[in-house]
Design a protein around this ligand. Sequence first.
Ligand code: GLU
Length: 509
Amino acid sequence: MEKKVRVRFAPSPTGPLHIGGIRTALYNYLFAKKHGGDFLLRVEDTDQTRYVKGAEAYIIEALKWCGITPDEGVNIGGDFGPYRQSERKEQGTYKKYVDQLLESGNAYYAFDTPEELDEMRERLKAGGGHSQSYDMHSRGGMINSLALSAEEVQKRIDAGEKYVVRIKIPRNEEIKFKDIIRGYVVVDSSNLDDKVLYKSDGMPTYHMANVVDDYLMKITHVIRGEEWLPSGPLHILLYRFLGWEKEMPEFAHLPLILKPNGNGKLSKRDGDAGGFPVFPIEWNSEEGEKFTGYRESDYFPEAHINMLAFLGWNPGTEQELFTLEELIQEFSLERVGKSGAKFDPDKTKWFNEQYLRNKSNEELAQLIKPLAGGVDDAFLAGVCGLMKERVSFTNEILEKGKYLFEAPTAYDAKMVKKKWKADSPEIVAELVSVFSDTEFKNEVLEAAFKTYIEEKELGFGKPMIAIRLAITGEGGGPSLFEIMELIGKEESIKRLNAGIANIKKEIVA
Ligand code: GLU
């Protein structure tokens, strides 16, 4: 029987999660759901020095806003918990496997002090060696259980001396593993260093905890960012040393997300510099660090997710708009590219515009109702219908469509100068009397207007701009007759008359 797909998103709570992290979570989620599997949220908080308060709550909230729902995880529970590594450490989860590695000779104790490690680096640097690492070349000269007697090691441990446990990387071995996105990755073990797996305070490092948890949580596919690719060989060795090769997950390392200009990795500072968010939701730390988010910038979560899906993946067709359900259907790791995906703020906006336009007027009206201050639902839906093609965000509907709620208090000066001619007041006055006898329906108004300009042998432009200026104060916008239908006869006539009086004043002056 095929194994049930189980994948995890395993962030470290070191700060807010930037959109790269959300994309990793999304791809994991899509892959799990596509294969009828489970998606887990595991918090990797073994590095207490980098722990940031509020980061875990942020991650949970951000995933929730995006609609990426874990099946198991820190805030949900599940059969493989706890899902927070600090709690797993408390339960002694990792110690047992570290002991196993020590016993099998694949790991060793090292007692070197920070000063001794510095000295080692200086020495290696002075010797001109290409590496200053603690590895198969340098370990012989250091203070570790490979050099000390068993009694001496025990004596130091019993005396409470600080130590770390390091992996013993074998010499000249080819480590080969398959990455679903990149194909085979081959590394010579001689290029790896003896990474620390465990510290005397009982805390495992990322590598140890990550591999042990993936094994214990029955993870079948490790889908993570490219920055973890160099850790792959070390993880493969750990699976081997722990006797878990048969249970080893498959790997897929996702491409980087690049700055809009393609020069390097998108960083959390790029957003502020470029005026676009790089975080899903806003972040305000106790220390005063502040970042704006997509949620606060009025993006639809569906548009955000759709955009993120395309940062590294493509469906192989022209289709660009996908619901989460459709993404689940279409997603495959084979269609994820190797090379970095350039982040495009304009395209991001474009996605939001498409989602906005595809919403019904009534739905949009409900979204802006709390901000609109007691306006009738049908009127608000009319406003949304007129404005939705002209805005990128819902909150712009009220702002850009202000004249639909109240008469203009000023008129676009440039337009007035260009288009408001000496006979404009007379034309508008005549149109006032035409419209006074007209039913206020878009097509009826348009027909009445056309009849008038034909009779007067006028072109379309001048009278049109004149009444538009009077009604909206602006030189462009949605269909004017639809605007007039929406605001009604009384209001329209009032504005036309006010325009005759006020716009005239401006040109005389
Ligand atoms: N804790 C790691 C991170 O913060 C997880 C990497 C992995 O998925 O293995 O990204």
